[in-house]
Write a protein that binds this ligand. Sequence first.
Ligand code: AMP
Ligand code: MG
Length: 333
Amino acid sequence: MITQILPVTSRSLAYAKELIEAGEVVAFHTETVYGLGADACNDAAVKKIFALKGRPADNPLIAHVHSGYDISGLVETPAWTARLREKFLPGPLTMVYPSRGVVSPSVSCGLPTLSLRVPSSPTAQAFLRAVDRPIAAPSANRSKHVSPVTAQHVYDDFAGDIPLILDGGASQGGIESTVLDCTGTVPLILRAGLVTREMIAAEVGACEYYHMQAGEKPKSPGMAYKHYAPSCLTAFFAADDAAGAVRCYNAEKGRGGTPVLLCEHAVALAHADCRVLDLGNTPEEMASNLYAHLRTGEHMATLLIGIEPAARGGVMDGVRNRLLRAFGQDTRE
Ligand code: AMP
Ligand code: MG
């Protein structure tokens, strides 16, 4: 199969619609990362996504709809969730609701819930409006690999396996949406993202992180899987151990390798004599740069050496979660 990367135009959208109606898979830009989409009501098409990614069959997908889509036919929406939709949608917040069982059971892997997202990216909206049906879509990367933030990243993972990548430019958000369990009376964050615990709590009074108890079946199966791993060797150092990272850098250089440091801006400035991928200053910059740098790093480095950024809370909760998992660190704290 030839994989085309096309800009979003009325012609490419008509082609994308044709492909989706024929049960094919189409990759598309969102403001967080690129998605790998299929008709959520077509079981065979949804199963294609799992097969293409090599995704475990118990890790559910998010269904994407445009902002004018009436979600009341798909899910039950507890009254308190309306405020969150008004405030944060369209945007990088995925809300998990009790499902009405309309989409293919493969989307939610048999769970009684369905996660819905309304992306704000104008090209994602144009695609979702063109197809006018829920599109099941995980991030458009091979399972466990770094999530894609450009059409080229998607191409690198799926060239020859999918017919179309709708190119909307770089995904500026950079990390996946916040996943929020809305099935109870208080929202629970299953995955941290750009819509933070603090922002949600400010709207509805309370919001907690979900912590899996030992031996419990995870509420969000994706939490249990290794993720975001670059294909090169990696090492990781705590924020207060930049000196250890530099020793590791010099040792790799001494072995004839090509080490690269991945760190925040202030640390990058202090190590001008090292090869560095600079994550930036603010939490939003670090989120936006993280996956692009991990993908660059895997091509540049024999050993990619991460140094934990110092800041915590807010958007940093999502950045730290992805960074630590990319470097094979346990994120339970
Ligand atoms: P991805 O689309 O690859 O970014 O992954 C989607 C994330 O959302 C995974 O961590 C899933 O486990 C989680 N997710 C999707 N649907 C549900 C659901 N119905 N209940 C709980 N978590 C979900
Ligand atoms: Mg993913």
